[in-house]
Ligand binder design. Structure first.
Ligand SMILES: [Zn+2]
Length: 398
């Protein structure tokens, strides 16, 4: 069973939505939401704009932050900036109503979804804070932003059913605006939209060797380690909100909900784990293949070769010349010849994981250091030397 943070969210949701919707008055009596001239004027003055949001992300140092996470001093604190979330929401809504008819209930669901993405994002920082094995240096901080956005993407899709009023057209228009991340770190989020890559990257990021990876079974269960973390419903997060410029507790039904550990509305089963989202991706997972012959010479997206039988990657570059993304070799018993990976043009990252071989984790770490290989032959030689020094001779071959 997989549990997610819905007991927190259910308590927060209505209060977020009420505040956001009250920021601008709209006409809803005659069917779809209509924005009057004065409403449009008001929206123009709200911040952040969509462009500003794209350039800064959810929790930048700028005045336009949507949420913040302050590390654990037991508890960790998440602050949601409802004014700025409202600004982002209204700018997005203005765009959406230009091409889709939106009812009042749909508008409320869109406001909820806007805030939910930031809520999940900050919860992910909390997760990392609690489980981190390393100091949070700058590079890791940027990486964590990309992972946090990807997590919010997974979580939002997982919870698609809790936004029942939104038809596909509106949902897609919303996703296009809400996930238009261009700030450093944040913009890498789409690299993690394959659950093996995501879980592997999270465990690398936090230097977790076993607990998460132990769950890397099949597609349906590979996120279990994350979704079943008991901290999602623990008492270790404290919530604050910025409303009308002031920071404070949020009251709901007459009581402050800063600490939500007492609320527990039960658990949920993970219903949706996307494995591949881009049309350019090639997925030959679970096909029993042991070689890369005949797949595609030039892969313009990611290549998923998960749970197959590749024992050696000898001459992989002769079959795959170009790969513009990630190669997932999760669940392949690779035991030799990985240097060809560095000869594949454009390859950004490789996932090498096999539960029976701990060496592979080390190999993966070393190879990814040299990807994407911008140094040509020199990169291959440097990687080879490092593999040899680590005692991984079998792998240090083309
Ligand atoms: Zn963040």
């Amino acid at each position: 069973m997989i549990e997610i943070s819905e007991h927190y969210w259910n308590a927060i949701r209505d209060a977020c939505v009420d505040h956001i919707i009250d920021m601008v008055s709209v006409e809803t009596e005659r069917g779809p939401v209509a924005l009057s001239a004065s409403a449009r004027k008001k929206i123009e003055r709200l911040k952040p704009t969509l462009a500003t949001f794209s350039e800064t992300g959810d929790d930048s140092e700028s005045l336009n932050w949507l949420g913040k996470y302050a590390p654990m001093r037991s508890p960790g604190t998440i602050t949601l900036h409802l004014d700025n979330l409202g600004g982002l929401f209204w700018h997005a809504l203005k765009q959406i109503v230009a091409k889709e008819q939106v009812t009042f209930d749909q508008m409320r669901d869109l406001a909820a979804a806007t805030a939910y993405v930031t809520f999940l994002h900050e919860m992910f920082h909390h997760y990392c804070d609690v489980n981190r094995g390393t100091p949070n240096e700058t590079l890791a901080r940027l990486r964590e932003e990309g992972l946090a956005v990807a997590w919010s993407w997974y979580g939002l899709h997982h919870e698609r059913a809790t936004f029942p009023t939104l038809p596909d057209g509106i949902w897609q228009a919303f996703l296009d605006l809400r996930f238009d991340y261009r700030a450093p770190g944040y913009t890498e989020w789409s690299d993690y939209l394959h659950c093996h890559v995501f879980v592997k990257s999270v465990s690398d990021h936090l230097i977790i060797k076993t607990s998460l990876l132990a769950h890397l079974g099949n597609v349906r269960t590979c996120m279990d380690g994350l979704f079943s973390w008991k901290g999602w419903k623990g008492k270790s997060v404290h919530f604050q909100f910025v409303r009308n410029g002031a920071t404070g507790e949020l009251e709901t039904k007459g009581r402050a909900i800063g600490r939500l550990g007492v609320l527990n509305r039960g658990s949920k089963v993970l219903t949706y784990v996307p494995t591949s989202v881009k049309r350019s991706d090639v997925d030959v997972s679970g096909s029993g293949k042991s070689s890369f012959a005949g797949i595609r010479r030039n892969v313009t997206g990611d290549l998923y070769f998960c749970n197959n039988n590749a024992v050696s990657l000898q001459n992989i570059h002769k079959n795959i010349g170009k790969l513009n993304g990630t190669l997932c070799l999760y669940g392949n018993p690779v035991r030799s010849n990985v240097l060809g990976l560095l000869v594949i043009e454009g390859l950004k990252r490789v996932v090498l994981y096999d539960q029976d071989d701990t060496n592979l984790t080390k190999v993966s770490e070393i190879v990814n250091k040299y990807l994407p290989n911008t140094q040509g032959k020199k990169g291959v030689l440097l990687c080879q030397r490092e593999l040899l020094e680590a005692g991984l001779e079998e792998f240090a071959k083309l």
